[in-house]
Design a protein around this ligand. Structure first.
Ligand code: C2E
Ligand code: MG
Ligand code: MG
Length: 724
């Protein structure tokens, strides 16, 4: 883009060129008479020679310059222009040496020779330029450079031969009366061509202003020189001298234009290209080494930093990596807009409290890293961890949400754990994963973490394809209603048949799905399949059957989850009263977000159960606020119910509380008849466990249902008989 300054400068220079024309022409016209023969008649030949030397010098140097430059940048227009200048240069040399008064060369010098050598290039030059500018600029082969120049030399030699021919082949252009009509006509032709060239150049002025302005000015000077040459009386007329001066000026400007075109412009372009290259390099570097959202140095930066730093010193160092506990569920429910803001806010907090010599980096997704270059005592790390935790306790206010989130912190130590930078980072990451499972949410790297982690990564990858490859399926575990003795409900439990590892427990892959966000598509698949199969079962047995489906936190946060449930029920034609959704206790912590979703679900007519009750969350006060229908006592309490008085007390407490809150109770993990007996005599509504049936495939549920029901009925009646 041209700047305003440049445009003004160009317009100014054109104005100056035109002004100069007026001045020179004006002086010549006004002082024509007094200036006649001013240089002294005997000096004219030398003066002419001096001017011609310059003219020849300019045109030949342009030709040479183009020849040299176009080797690397062979453009048709430039090469043809070079050839034109070569021709002009050669013929101008001949014009100069054949000028009247010059020493003998082949023939006596005189107007016949000199005028022809002058007139031919004067017509050929503007004509050639016109053709050149009408051509479309394109790259040509370097051989066409040689061809054009050879043609130019051949043409010039032809003209020389023709003009020097002993018998005059060509008509006379100047006689004793001055210029002949033919000379004047030829001169007029040159003039017309020159005007046409100016018009063409003016039209192009927007496309190539700088060069066009120089060319226009040059053409103007050539035009003036033509006018002078048409109207001069004889060589001593100042018009003749002025004509030559104009011609010289024209060649000077052409020289400048070509210099601009072939040297200056490409050079400027090169500088421009270099500057933009530098700028993009900087941008790329920024992108490569810094995180876009937080502008913190990224993992690549950290790795390079570590590789330099670890080699340098022998001091003890530590790398702390931490992840934001609820990052994925917030991302899934509220979107990246929120998580991005969250990351920025956390970055600001971190920057405020971290000492300047700690290197803070942002790794992928929700991970941050802090590198401690010198930690002489464990206290430093301990203090840092405390500060980190405190920092995250303060909720993050984003729009109208107050998001609070715990962090999971992993630490690896140099040189204790490793001396390699890659391992240091990797180990800290492994530890972060393990930190999730610990109560403190902090873990120092230990060797056994490594294996667990690499397996996890492989599994996550396989899980991505599990739905499409139909490796997932459901099993159903029947639930026995202790009040009616009937099996009218079952819990749907997901299974993954891995092509290489065989059956993988949901305990192993559900956490991976939750963390990677895969839980959303997987959860949708489970709900859909469970509803569809339950309807099929109901149709086959012509009996009601309720299905319980487990939910993960990520699903409840999922946008439009309620709508999805509604649609699934409609599509599969399962009546809402036959669906129960199971949430875990830990989900109930986020009261604000969860209660509205549960309420909507209840409005649909779906039942809500709290799974694994007694294991997760210590506060029970939420029970009265939550729109729930059922508690499922975790099987860990049932297992020892007969031996462990604490467990027994807890189960009793849950049962009585449920009664007060008007909640149904399902006891999980009934494995023995004694456990069943115990629960039969307490206020428990349903039981579920291996004793009645293990989770079984849908086909097995269809074929063996009657058998299972029969077994349950028999057991119940036996117990009744025994107890009566
Ligand atoms: P959960 O919802 O508490 O499911 C009950 C678990 O206890 C099941 O384990 C079941 O096989 C097991 N179980 C039932 N009766 C007995 C028994 O008598 N003895 C013993 N030892 N175990 C018994 P499973 O199928 O391995 O599922 C584990 C957990 O994975 C489930 O616990 C649930 O939290 C989760 N899960 C399963 N399917 C899904 C799903 O579709 N979505 C989600 N989000 N989580 C699921
Ligand atoms: Mg469950
Ligand atoms: Mg459970």
């Amino acid at each position: 883009m041209k700047t305003y300054k440049q445009i003004v400068h160009e317009q100014k220079s054109l104005f100056l060129y035109v002004l100069l024309t007026y001045v020179i022409a004006g002086v010549a016209i006004i002082f024509r008479e007094p200036l006649y023969g001013i240089f002294g008649e005997r000096n004219y030949v030398t003066i002419h020679l001096i001017i011609e030397i310059f003219i020849c010098f300019f045109s030949l140097s342009i030709a040479v310059q183009i020849w040299l430059i176009s080797k690397y940048n062979p453009k048709n227009r430039t090469i043809y222009m070079g050839a034109l200048f070569l021709m002009t240069g050669i013929l101008e040399v001949n014009h100069a040496i054949a000028y009247k008064g010059m020493p003998y060369f082949i023939q006596e010098s005189g107007p016949y020779l000199a005028t022809w050598f002058y007139v031919i290039p004067r017509i050929m030059f503007p004509l050639g330029l016109l053709i050149v500018f009408l051509l479309e600029e394109k790259e040509v082969s370097s051989s066409s450079r040689l061809q054009s120049y050879a043609l130019s030399i051949l043409f010039s030699l032809g003209v020389i031969a023709m003009v020097y021919m002993p018998t005059q082949l060509l008509p006379v252009l100047v006689d004793e009366n001055g210029t002949t009509p033919l000379k004047n006509n030829l001169q007029m032709t040159a003039l017309v061509l020159q005007i046409a060239l100016i018009i063409l150049l003016v039209k192009r002025i927007k496309v190539m202003p700088r060069r066009a302005i120089l060319m226009i000015a040059a053409s103007l000077y050539l035009l003036c020189s033509d006018i002078m040459f048409v109207s001069y009386k004889d060589v001593y007329d100042i018009y003749n001298f002025t004509g030559h001066i104009f011609q010289l000026l024209a060649y000077l400007l052409l020289f400048k234009a070509i210099y601009y075109l072939t040297v200056e412009q490409p050079f400027n372009k090169l500088i421009e290209a270099n500057t933009s290259l530098e700028q993009s390099e900087q941008k790329i570097k920024q992108l490569a080494y810094y995180d876009e959202i937080t502008t913190l140095p990224n993992e690549r930066y950290l790795m390079e930093y570590l590789s330099k730093n670890l080699k340098r010193e022998e001091s003890h160092k530590a790398l702390v990596v931490f992840g934001i506990g609820r990052y994925y569920s917030i991302k899934n429910s509220l979107g990246t807009k929120y998580t991005d803001k969250m990351l920025v806010m956390i970055t600001e907090r971190l920057q405020k409290f971290l000492p300047a010599n700690y290197v803070l980096c942002k790794l992928a997704e929700d991970r941050f890293a802090i590198f401690i270059e010198k930690h002489d005592d464990a206290k430093k790390i301990y203090n840092l961890l405390q500060q980190l935790k405190e920092m995250m306790e303060e909720p993050l206010a984003i729009d109208h949400f107050a998001l609070n989130s715990n962090i999971d912190i992993g630490i690896s130590l140099y040189p204790t754990d490793t001396i390699h930078e890659e391992d240091l980072l990797q180990f800290a990451k492994f530890a972060t994963h393990e930190a999730k499972k610990s109560l403190e949410h902090v873990a120092f790297y230990t060797e056994d973490m490594q294996k667990a982690q690499s397996e996890r990564i492989v599994l996550e990858n396989d899980l991505k394809n599990a739905i499409v490859r139909e490796e997932l399926f459901l099993e159903y575990q029947p639930q026995l209603n202790l009040r009616t003795g009937e099996i009218r409900s079952a819990e749907a439990l997901i299974r993954w048949r891995h092509p290489k590892r065989g059956l993988i427990s949901p305990f192993a892959f559900i956490p991976i799905a939750e963390e990677s966000g895969l839980i959303v598509p997987i959860g949708q698949w489970v709900l859909e399949r469970a509803c569809r199969e339950t309807v099929a079962w109901q149709q086959k047995y012509k009996q009601p059957m309720k299905v319980a489906v487990n939910l993960s936190m990520g699903q409840l946060y999922q946008e439009d989850f309620v709508n999805f449930v509604r649609q699934t029920l409609q599509q599969t034609k399962l009546k809402p009263q036959y669906l129960q959704l199971e949430i875990t206790e830990s989900m109930t912590m986020n009261t604000k977000q969860i209660i509205p979703v549960l309420k909507e679900l209840k409005e649909l007519g779906v039942a809500i159960a709290v799974d694994d009750f007694g294991t997760g969350y210590s506060s029970l006060s939420y029970l009265k606020d939550f729109p729930i229908d059922c508690l499922k006592i975790d099987r860990s309490f049932i297992g020892n119910i007969l031996e462990n008085p604490n467990d027994e007390a807890l189960v009793k407490m849950i049962l009585s509380m449920a009664k007060h809150l008007n909640l149904k109770v399902v006891a999980e993990g009934i494995e023995t008849v004694e456990q069943l007996d115990y629960l039969l005599h307490s206020d428990c509504d349903k039981i579920q466990g291996y004793f009645i049936s293990k989770p079984i495939s849908y086909t097995a549920l269809e074929t063996d249902f009657t058998k299972i029901q029969q077994f349950a009925t028999e057991q119940l009646s036996k117990l009744k008989v025994k107890n009566s």
